[in-house]
Write a protein that binds this ligand. Structure first.
Ligand SMILES: *Cc1c(COP(=O)(O)O)cnc(C)c1O
Length: 227
């Protein structure tokens, strides 16, 4: 079943768009089944669950962390994640940078833009993201010291559209993040800032019309999650 689901999605997904199979709440055996069908990129959102799964699975899996991350849980995530997609506060970003500095590792991240109406959803405003990127580029020129975020590699933006069946609302959310990413690319010299991670099981076809380079699909691959 997992294999058929993957096949059906990959049939529709443009080849340049990266598929993250979101395996949260599903056992390692489901991940292995998707791996055996050829999938190599997986996403998890709970730090301890993530760290527990990694050792039992093949080591050429590219793991993305996509959930809320508390600064006291970095050790469960940063040694294994190729990309932390869900940086949603300055406090977290600074802690990840510090962890990278202490472990001599540069961490690839996406900045999460707050989209949609729900007050509970996390993420930065446009202004906050601009301020972080300006600070990262201001560097420590000439001083010999390390600049701000010297152990962070900014790879792009992540967003979650409003959870609604109204496609026009989803379109508006994705159009907003697409336009914002474009305006950042036009105004800042950010090599490697190329990724736009938008789109989940119910809205990824809309996301690819709005420039998604990464889609994060769980239910449509693994079936419903049992919490
Ligand atoms: C769970 C989750 C997904 C996948 O959701 P589905 O609707 O199951 O495809 C994508 N992105 C994030 C951030 C998630 O937490």
């Amino acid at each position: 079943m997992v294999e058929d689901n993957l096949k059906n999605i990959l049939k529709e997904l443009p080849p340049e768009v990266k598929l993250v199979a979101v395996s949260k709440f599903h056992p390692a055996s489901d991940i292995q089944a998707a791996y055996n069908a050829g999938q190599r990129r997986f996403g998890e959102n709970r730090p301890q669950e993530f760290a527990a799964k990694v050792p039992s699975l093949p080591d050429d899996i590219e793991w993305h962390f996509i959930g809320h991350l508390q600064t006291n849980k970095l050790k469960f995530v940063l040694p294994y994640a190729s990309l932390v997609e869900s940086i949603d506060s300055l406090h977290l970003l600074e802690a990840v940078d510090k962890w990278g500095s202490e472990h001599d590792k540069v961490i690839d991240v996406l900045l999460e833009l707050h989209l949609g109406a729900e007050e509970t959803k996390g993420g930065f405003t446009e202004e906050e993201i601009e301020s972080i990127l300006s600070r990262s580029l201001s560097g420590a020129e000439g001083s010999g010291a390390e600049g701000p975020f010297s152990h962070i590699r900014f790879r792009g933006l992540m967003g979650m559209a409003t959870n609604t069946d109204d496609v026009s609302v989803v379109e508006a959310d994705f159009a907003r993040i697409e336009a914002f990413k474009k305006s950042l690319e036009d105004r800042y010299d950010l090599p490697g800032f190329t990724e736009l991670s938008i789109g989940m099981s119910h809205d990824w076809p809309v996301a690819i019309r709005h420039g998604a380079t990464i889609v994060r699909i769980g239910t449509a691959i693994f079936g419903p999650r049992v919490y």
